[in-house]
Design a protein around this ligand. Structure first.
Ligand SMILES: [Ca+2]
Ligand SMILES: [Ca+2]
Ligand SMILES: [Ca+2]
Length: 264
């Protein structure tokens, strides 16, 4: 009997640390990541992560661990205080980060964990990452599916009504009330191709599997729109652009594709 008991004690810690990622729509004992902002055009500013949950929840058992694309935990924040009541018994709090306190991606993320449960919410943006170390050790993140890239939405928000993640038109750090969701996880344009790229020509060719008109926007590295045009002949004139790196975003039917365009 003593042997069995000893065995149980040996196994016990391993049982306790087995964790479950609740993913995009789950909660960690009722609390979940609700909104975040990690990247801007130019210098990053106003970076934050917001969590929401039932009013009165003691947050002192909760931790947010930030992970880079290699799965290394590069920052840890222990939460404090309680969630306020912003109406209907729910509320939110946010943690502010200094400029680029949240890495810009791709494949960066963060985990919300609690000492009171093995459930953990491990999310990422612009790809997934597998944690080696920290609260989410061994788990692979779930990508929210939208990203802060040109034209840089104010925040990324969990929409409780549709149970989906999307780009929001207003950042509301610490307020449960959210901005309008501009777009959710995007359909990609089938067969999209952009060539030559890099280019030193006065045009680029853009093709896809569809013959529908395509709307093309080009942004400079600061997020300023420099071209907006509908094309029907697969050719985009870029003779007005200087050499440099641009973001090209195309829309066709209800699908979008974003690509880096390099002009030499
Ligand atoms: Ca950042
Ligand atoms: Ca929300
Ligand atoms: Ca908010």
């Amino acid at each position: 009997m003593k042997k069995l008991y000893t065995l149980f004690l040996l196994i016990c810690p391993f049982i306790l640390i087995a964790q479950t990622n609740v993913g995009l729509t789950g909660t960690v004992d009722g609390v979940y990541i609700n909104e975040f902002h990690y990247d801007n055009a130019g210098s990053d500013t106003g970076e934050f992560i917001e969590v929401a949950g039932p009013a009165g929840t003691d947050l002192s058992v909760y931790t947010i661990t930030l992970y880079n694309q290699s799965g290394i935990d590069y920052d840890t924040v222990t939460l404090t205080g309680t969630i306020d009541d912003e109406g209907s018994g729910v509320g939110s709090i946010h943690i502010s980060f200094p400029s680029n306190g949240i890495q810009n991606g791709g494949n960066d993320g963060f985990a919300l964990s609690s000492s009171g449960t093995t459930d953990i919410q491990f999310l990422s943006y612009e790809g997934t990452t597998t944690a080696s170390g920290g609260a989410a050790n061994g788990l692979t993140s779930v990508d929210v599916g939208v990203e802060q890239s040109a034209p840089y939405s104010p925040s990324i928000e969990y929409d409780e009504t549709t149970m989906g993640w999307g780009l929001s038109d207003t950042a509301t750090p610490g307020d449960f009330a959210q901005g309008a969701i501009l777009s959710t996880k995007e359909n990609q344009i089938d067969g999209f191709d952009l060539y030559p790229n890099p280019t030193s020509e006065a045009f680029v060719n853009i093709s896809s599997d569809s013959r529908a008109p395509m709307k093309v926007s080009v942004y400079d590295i600061l997020g300023k729109q420099v071209i907006e045009r509908s094309i029907t002949n697969n050719r985009l004139n870029i003779s007005n652009l200087n050499t440099g790196v641009y973001i090209l975003r195309a829309q066709q039917d209800n699908a979008f594709t974003t690509r880096k365009l390099v002009i030499n």
